[in-house]
Design a protein. Structure first.
Lengths: 293, 332
């Protein structure tokens, strides 16, 4: 009789049910399953020089370059998979100051956003802008902060004072194991650079005579008081440092560029797979209870 | 606050699958030519109903589990002990200069060296670890104040900011007044939830002009902020602020700053540090000082019930299998 019970129990009809039960067991236990997953370790370096205040960024050209850069970084933070780490740096003059080292983006989501929101021109410790050195320093500080950190350097490429002809303004990057992306932000037409007071209000615009012009050009004819995206310069710097280049014309563009540049690193991340087991169990049971044809 | 929410509400669309067991199935029927031949089997039909109910419950429980019901993550307010501490750390290049790890003893030619920033960072890291439930903010200053992290309960965030201050070099100039004002500003608009302090760590003084002095004075008083100044002495030649008494040599910047702070209406303490030990002692003393009640927020993680649903499904499934065996056995 026992045999009969066993035979019935393990019969063809009951097989899906019997298979579903251990699957449900797996769903309850939540075995620590780790799968290799693509995550990112990124240090975002923001150019906070004065030309970044020009309001000509984005498709409609109405956001300031720095605001668009920050919005793009926020989108990046929200789009990367959990387990990725992101940190912030700011650049002005020829130095980079690292604000936070890369932090896991899901656990520290609020803190990273609050820190990002605080980035503005008021942090500027000098008024000059040496983009090449800024990029070099960004790469070097990222390397100092840890292994495999990719740099996202967001700038308009505007050098102040202007570089001498033939000068790149960037130290050689041979010694650096550089990974990353240069993102250019700003419009193509030269626009006046606003002067901003301590409260963040625009109180006027820089005039030709107030800024250092190219040595060969008479001051009155110089264009250094106007600013546009120096895309060719940034592309050249990116090539020198073996980085990719992307134009930041929307808040979404940075995420796409980071994905395209393959800046991810593979890491074992615990993935909760209990729902897969439960779904399989559900499928088996549905099969079991299907009305027969 | 305790209402149930679903992480994957769309999964609930699968709920109709739970009706499957109600559909007629030939496979579970037994071949009899005429129903009238069968004896009335009340127990059998009860078992049939039970079997259907269990099967439906199993399916429904799995679907429910897949939708991941749970109680939302929330922040609860608790009362602990501690303070809101604004860390204001000098990030000028002089902080990269080294000081001795310990005071040189007789016969020792040279003592190990460590940068002032390292020493400060280690002591502050210790303070963060001592007070995981306190709220910190972090502002660096050199020529301009650099607001790294506004007040947060996320200690790791502040720690990442401290770690970052170790990387690279800062410019040489400092404008401490703007730094202090930025730290005070960090308290602006926050409801008073416990004692407040600014922890200023610097290796130098500053000569503050009158409007800035006035704003600092008013800001500290208005927001009821205590000021702790950890002064890192670079060498024996640096002024000893603890000895400053009546014969004030206010020409020295450090002394001028100290005298200004001491003359404020707000609580002020100075701590001198010349090596990691004295730095650790200074921070430990501050840790002792700020132990008043503090309202802090604690994150309560989301409570997920999907596992309970799957467990219920497993239980029903087991009974289903058992019932199947019993029923078939009776018929055998």
């Amino acid at each position: 009789m026992l045999q009969a019970v066993a035979r019935r129990l393990c019969g063809r009809h009951n097989l899906p049910l019997l298979l579903a039960l251990p699957l449900l067991g797996v769903a309850i236990l939540e075995l620590p399953l780790t799968l290799p997953q693509d995550v990112y370790r990124i240090q975002v370096s923001f150019d906070i020089t004065q030309s970044m205040n020009v309001e000509d960024a984005g498709r409609d050209g109405e956001a300031s370059r720095l605001d668009l850069a920050k919005a793009a970084a926020k989108t990046l933070l929200l789009s990367l998979p959990c387990g990725s780490r992101v940190g912030w740096s700011v650049f002005t003059g020829h130095r980079v100051t690292m604000l936070v080292t890369p932090l896991e983006i899901c656990a520290h989501h609020d803190g990273l956003l609050a820190s990002l929101a605080g980035i503005d021109g008021r942090m500027r410790w000098v008024e000059s802008s040496n983009v090449g050195r800024g990029l070099f320093q960004s790469l070097r500080t990222a390397q100092q902060a840890g292994d495999g950190i990719a740099v996202v350097f967001i700038s308009d490429g505007h050098e102040a004072p202007p570089l001498r002809r033939g000068s790149s303004g960037m130290p050689t990057t041979h010694s650096l194991d550089a990974r990353g992306l240069v993102a250019g932000v700003g419009g193509d037409n030269p626009a006046p650079i606003p002067k901003i007071d301590a409260a963040g209000r625009i109180i006027g615009y820089w005039q030709a005579a107030e800024v250092i012009q190219q040595a060969e050009v008479p001051t009155a004819q110089g264009g250094e008081h106007l600013s546009h995206l120096h895309e060719a310069h940034l592309q050249w710097l990116a090539r020198q440092a073996k980085l990719s280049y992307a134009r930041l014309d929307s808040t979404r563009a940075l995420v796409d560029a980071v994905r395209e540049a393959r800046l991810d690193v593979s890491a074992s991340v615990g993935i909760d797979l209990h729902w897969v087991a439960a779904l399989l169990a559900l499928a088996l049971l549905c099969f079991r209870f299907l009305p027969s044809r | 606050m305790t209402s149930i929410e679903f992480t994957h509400p769309l999964a609930l669309l699968l709920l109709p699958l739970a009706l499957l067991p109600l559909l007629r199935r030939r496979r579970d029927a037994l071949p009899f030519p005429w129903l009238g031949l069968l004896p009335v089997d009340p127990l059998g039909s009860v078992l049939q109903r039970l079997w259907q109910a269990l099967a439906m419950l199993t399916l429904a429980a799995i679907v429910l589990g897949l939708s991941a019901p749970g109680i939302k993550a929330a922040q609860i307010e608790l009362i602990g002990r501690g303070a809101e501490i604004a860390i204001l750390l000098d990030r000028s290049s002089s902080m990269d200069a080294a000081i001795r790890v310990h005071q040189r003893t007789v016969g020792e030619s040279s003592a190990a060296l460590q940068s002032k920033n390292d020493v400060a960072r280690q002591a502050l890291t210790w303070l963060l670890q001592q007070r995981p439930k306190n709220r910190f903010s972090l502002t660096l200053f050199n020529v301009a104040p650099i607001r790294v992290a506004p007040f947060t309960d996320d200690i790791a965030m502040v720690q990442a900011g401290l770690d970052a201050s170790d990387v690279g070099r800062g410019p040489s100039d400092t404008k401490m007044g703007l730094g202090i004002l930025a730290a005070i500003e960090g308290f602006e608009g926050r409801s008073y939830s416990g004692s407040r302090a600014i922890l200023l760590v610097s290796d130098g003084g500053a000569r503050l002009d009158k409007p800035i002095r006035e704003r600092i004075k008013q800001g500290l008083a208005r927001h009821r902020i205590a000021l702790y100044f950890i002064y890192i002495r670079s060498s024996k030649n640096s002024p000893n602020l603890e000895l400053v008494g009546t014969d004030v040599d206010a020409r020295v910047e450090e002394v001028a700053l100290h005298v200004f702070f001491a003359g404020l209406d707000s609580e002020y303490r100075v701590f001198q540090a010349e090596d990691p030990d004295s730095m650790a002692r200074a921070v430990a003393q501050i840790d002792q000082l700020q132990n008043l009640p503090l309202i802090y927020r604690q994150r309560v993680p989301r409570i997920d019930y999907s596992r309970y649903c799957f467990a219920a499904a497993l239980g029903c499934g087991l009974m289903l299998a058992g019932l199947g065996a019993v029923r078939l056995e009776r018929l055998a």
